[in-house]
Design a binder for this molecule. Structure first.
Ligand code: HEM
Length: 266
């Protein structure tokens, strides 16, 4: 017996066309829709695990920090005479200010903890090995900058804890050989922590570091797309144990600029 073919009604087709029109319009002029599809719909190993979600979890935590930080920046005043009061105002007077501030403050720890978990997953799975060494280095840079974000943000409430914690932190840098005193001068905006330190930390915290981390995340994700993700060490598709075709050779990376790719036939 012939199976009846279900066709969409004319009305439904029109509605779908109207809904998809903005996407079609954008795709035709920019190729953006295709680019997003290329980013989101990729082949991953069949035995992928929950551990592989830690990178995306770190990305989510970073985005939460960026959004809550942008809201806080609308009300925070980076001036020693007004900083503390502006924080009290955000916490006690603004609608849901306590929530946004709390999310940003606790989110900072969540971000760093997730980064460590993600790096641990990568380490345990051996995913830092060829050809992903560069992505490991980029990740390590993100981790260092992330911790520096925490350090610079800690001063901003300009209360006693913030002030003295920063005095200790900055003085610690000063004990480093050769570069120590130079670093102290840059961080303080002078020989001692003072009026200029707060605006300097604020600029580093909300412009310099987030910008650098954002750019590094872009590079990081590009390399994840280019190289793919690796399986668990006990999988036949694990890093360095062949490409799942069973011939035991490492997965061939693309050719570098200076030499031929390892393990490839090119
Ligand atoms: C905001 C910071 C970071 C973001 C948004 C991020 C994001 C991601 C994502 C989405 C993946 C693919 C899925 C996964 O394996 O979870 C990934 C893979 C990877 N990440 Fe990160 N990551 C960050 C920090 C780091 C750090 C701190 C390290 C190491 C020090 C690192 C090293 C790597 C490596 C080597 C891979 C490839 C793993 C594989 O091929 O299996 N990442 N990252």
């Amino acid at each position: 017996m012939a199976v009846p073919v279900r066709t969409k009604s004319r009305r439904r087709q029109n509605i779908e066309q109207a809904l998809l029109y903005p996407l079609d319009w954008t795709e035709e002029r920019s190729g953006l829709v295709g680019a997003v599809k290329y980013f989101l719909f990729r082949k991953v190993p069949g035995d992928i695990s929950w551990g592989h979600t830690l990178g995306s979890a770190s990305l989510t935590a970073f985005l939460v920090q960026a959004i809550t930080g942008a809201i806080l920046a609308m009300y925070y005043k980076p001036d020693p005479d007004a900083a503390y009061d502006s924080i009290v105002n955000i916490t006690n007077d603004l609608t849901l200010g306590w929530l946004v501030r709390g999310m940003h403050r606790w989110g900072a720890s969540v971000f760093i903890i997730l980064l460590f978990f993600h790096a641990a997953r990568v380490f345990i799975y051996g995913a830092y090995k060829y050809p992903r060494e560069l992505n490991w280095i980029i990740g390590a840079l993100i981790l260092i900058l992330g911790m520096f974000e925490g350090f610079t943000g800690y001063l901003l409430p300009w209360d006693q804890t913030a002030y003295w914690a920063t005095v200790v932190g900055v003085n610690l840098q000063g004990t480093g050989p050769f570069l120590g005193p130079f670093l102290v001068n840059i961080l303080n905006g002078g020989a001692h922590i003072g009026v200029d330190t707060l605006s300097r930390f604020y600029a580093i915290h909300m412009l310099l570091l987030p910008g650098a981390i954002f750019a590094l995340i872009g590079l990081h994700l590009w390399l994840v797309i280019r190289l793919g993700v690796t399986s668990q060490p006990w999988s036949p598709e694990a890093a360095g144990s062949g490409d799942g075709t069973g011939d035991g050779r490492p997965r061939a990376a693309r050719r570098g600029l200076m030499r031929r790719s390892r393990g490839g036939d090119e």
